[in-house]
Design a protein around this ligand. Sequence first.
Ligand code: FE2
Length: 751
Amino acid sequence: MEIVFKSLPHDDALSFAREYMGFTAEFSYKLARQITANTETYLADLGALTVGTELTFSLSGAGPDNQVSIGDSPETPVVGRVKNRPNVFRLLASGDGVIALTRNPTSIEQWNIHLQTVKKHRRKFQTDQDLTFVFDSQASSECERIFIWRFRVIDPAPMVGWYDPGQLTRTAMRVVTSTMFGRNSDYRLMEALAPGSDQHYDYTSDFQLGRDASAELDASKPLREEIWLDYIGDVGDGWDSTYTLAYLLSQPYLEVTNPLEYDFARFQTKRGDILVFGGDQVYPTASRAEYQRRLVQPYETALFRSGDSPPHVYAIPGNHDWYDSLVSFSRLFCQKRWFAGWQTKQQRSYFALRLPGRWWLLGTDVQLDSDIDVPQIDYFREVATHMQPGDQVIICTAEPHWVYAKLYGKDDANFNENNLAYLEKKIIGDRARVVAFIAGDEHHYRRYESGDRIQKITAGGGGAFLHPTHGEAAEKLDGGFTLQPNSYPPKEVSQRLGWSNFKFPGINPKFGILTAILYVLTAWTVMANVGGFGLSKIWQAIKTTLSTAMVSPGAVFWILALFIGFLMFTDTHSKRYRVVAGTLHGLTHLLATFFIGWTAAYISVSLLHPWLGHWMRFSFKSPGQLTFSLIFMLAFGWLIGSLIMGIYLFISLNVFGHHANEAFSSLAIPDWKNFLRIRISANGDLTIYPVGIPRVPRTWRKRAHNEPGSDFVPDDIDLSSVRLIEPPITIKRPASETDPIPVEAAPAPNS
Ligand SMILES: [Fe+2]
């Protein structure tokens, strides 16, 4: 692949040398001094490359100077050198990367660079490329030339391992601290103090298309007739799923097929002029590093800031964004900066968009306690004064309160629809009509519709692990809403996927470390002398164990502590289930500990001791017996403890409809993703295209240098045409202000 070098004007070269984040401070200073009126600077962009990629440089030229010496390029935490291979650079960590070389020009005809992923991501990412950088004209003078290749190094993340003991501990700690801080200091109060943050954003006229993130909406432009929006919830998990969605959202056009129609109708859709993130933009908990790795890197790789008409992005926070008290979220979305190839506009964690065709979209921030604070109420109250009868409103909220109120409301009064009702009835009132509610938090697609065709949609399929559509479900909701038939994934698929909990130890190998240690500690605190009892003496073994445990305060204390742990883990929504299932679950583990410990004791005392006793003693509490039992218990504690957890989750979900979250987070399924593409057409009709992706790619290929589009493209699946989950849902503009809202289930394809 031949690429013509682009020469950088002197001033641009200087500011690049001074400002580019990939340089070390010393090198930046050194380079800036080297750039004079007599130097020529060339800059090339290599786009996104993965950690572990090697760049091998070679020169073609006539002079003696055709050996690359890399002494003049900076070594940074991101870019390192390879020992004994002077012309090779290796990418070590994610961040802004750069390689800068200075050479006397006359001897050089071209630079050859071989790109190859050799470490860490080599099975997933195909980066092999030979690039040749040439000059459009030969150097005319003996001036010095500086060559700079810049790139972004990414470190694609695996799906979050929710059951890794380290992760379990970190999540628990973050949840506890953020809940404490969330209750005691509310970031939203500070946001509301920012000047000018009380505005809504008007898209009825064509907005300013510019590269500058601070470009304002331009009211002098003609009225906008049509607008496209993308809604995506629960993003920022493993690379494959998050990047697949970012990749699809970034394509200028996307053809979607409707598999439910006999003729596989196709619809041509357009990239959203506005992207709406519906909450939970990062997993497992918010921090600057996690946002970078799990959200920003995939989106920047899909669409980097470029082009003259960047789309805009708005985001509302979910509970996972709140785990650092919204600090990272605000830095990303509330400072009018770039978010990958999208411009951010909002200054608070909630917003209101005025759209063409007399439509409004409101995004709320319900924090951790599902509450809307007073400044937010004031904000929406002000926005509502601009609404007029006949206007229609979509409300985006981070959690589907309509589902939670139905499922958990009877056990926990905190799950209710009061906030939404307040917003709809008291603040908007009869000024406009709320015709659709959209939420994430449940990582699947489900739609409820009322008799007068109001929509309540859950679409949290933006990248996070899949949630089931079977087990825990409310068919009917208050207000006459009924569940529509096309859930995603389909119920049968969800049921089939749930069986994987029987493979829990294999999917969550680190979790077994926890059960192994707990089993060993439990057996250790009890330490009953049961090695002499065979299977026929099971009752004696049980009696001996119980009597030994009961006289040991340590054992009683430890077992009680374990039970409390199990009760804490058990589904928090129903107290009865927590007590009954938690107790049974705890007892099962205790029984397993007993049987494993007894087997270990029996093998060592009754089998190994008579057989190998002359060589090493395996009698009760001898070092040999203790060592054997420890290894035996660790191995079986790992396997059986983990398996019991998987079976417990499977039964809880499939028989009792509980633990929908835990029984699927354990599987970390990256597939069955969804997002909503929304079009408001010139006649004021709004159409929702629910897009489903049944399988996300697992391998990726670096885009060829002359190929347009995202930096990495799928290498195993064709995503050029993805499916609709159900026929598009069209909400028509009312013919008059008092008309009911007509909804069409399946309009004619538009192409
Ligand atoms: Fe979520």
